[in-house]
Design a protein around this ligand. Structure first.
Ligand SMILES: [Zn+2]
Ligand SMILES: [Zn+2]
Length: 308
């Protein structure tokens, strides 16, 4: 019976490095030979049964970079260069590259190659959804800046990314599905309560992952109607934005007939427009165009004559 530490069971997906000449790839964790480029990181603390503890002297950890992960680094740099606006928004080019390559790492966990080129929206969606789980997936994140419990520096991933646990894998798969949905053309989403309570449109175009309809409880009086019972309704994104900005259903109608406030500018006060009622208190079929249930021409004529 052997009693060496080598006999200690290793977690699934983890192997021991053959010798000190080899090192684990900092990203995918795979074993790299002596000629692979090395980089050294600093670990500031470690986790034990009592929680996170600080090293008295920060510990240096050396990793390698395999060919495949070096190619992802280069692709991330080229992708950032192709998007000057995103590079400016992120600020630091090194942080920008890190965010892109981390998202590429998340794709690599799933065995997915990054796209050759990205649109600005596609890249933004990729970063929003996959950078964070990609950072957690990197082999080096087990050691720096805080060394996790039960990890050993003389180990590596048995296969690229095999060290990534099932929970993180599931999260990456979820985020990747949403990322693919973001890149699909928008779809028509029907209102759960048939039509927008204010303008009455029945469907709006939205991203696959978006929920465009905002639920509200409104009194009939606030919609220009009568009745004692409040209504469970929804607002479309346009009306909801006006409401969030402090506007009313009247503001929504006036914005529609007088978009640039050209007519309203003639009077210092907001016109009192009669007869503005929400679709929810009118009934009938949902509108194809906003506020089609109202006499919009009449409202416009009223504004033009400035007779209010
Ligand atoms: Zn690698
Ligand atoms: Zn609306």
């Amino acid at each position: 019976m052997t009693t060496t530490t080598d006999a200690a069971p290793l977690p699934l997906g983890i192997r021991r490095l053959p010798d000190a000449e080899h090192a684990a790839c900092r990203a995918c964790g795979t074993v790299c030979g002596p000629t692979a480029p090395r980089s050294t990181f600093t670990a500031l603390g470690y986790v034990d049964r009592l929680g996170v503890r600080e090293y008295t002297t920060p510990a240096e950890v050396t990793f390698a970079t395999c060919d495949r992960c070096a190619a992802l680094d280069a692709h991330a740099a080229a992708t950032l260069d192709a998007h000057p606006a995103i590079r400016r928004a992120i600020g630091s080019p090194s942080i920008g590259r890190h965010r892109i390559v981390s998202a590429f790492h998340a794709l690599a966990v799933l065995g997915v190659e990054p796209a050759e080129t990205y649109t600005a929206d596609g890249l933004t969606s990729l970063l929003d959804r996959l950078t964070a789980p990609g950072v957690s997936a990197a082999w080096s994140s087990r050691f720096v800046p805080i060394r996790e419990a039960d990890v050993s520096r003389d180990t590596a991933a048995a296969e690229p990314w095999l060290h990534v646990g099932s929970e993180l894998r599931a999260e990456i798969r979820r985020q990747y599905t949403d990322h693919l949905a973001d890149r699909m053309p928008p779809r028509a989403v029907a209102c759960p309560s048939r039509g927008c309570a204010w303008c009455g449109v029945g469907t709006v175009m939205a991203k696959r992952t978006a929920e465009p309809w905002t639920p509200h409880t409104m009194s009939p009086a606030s919609l220009g109607g009568v009745g004692p019972h409040s209504l469970a309704v929804h607002l479309c994104p346009t009306c909801e934005r006006i409401r969030e900005d402090g506007g009313s259903i009247r503001s929504a109608v006036l914005d529609l007939v007088d978009p640039g406030r050209r007519l309203r500018r003639r009077r210092p006060y907001e016109p009192e427009v009669n007869g503005v009622r929400g679709w929810a208190v009118m009934g009938g079929r949902p509108n194809a165009a906003p506020f089609a249930h109202l006499d919009l021409d009449g409202v416009r004529e009223l504004l033009e004559s400035a007779d209010y």
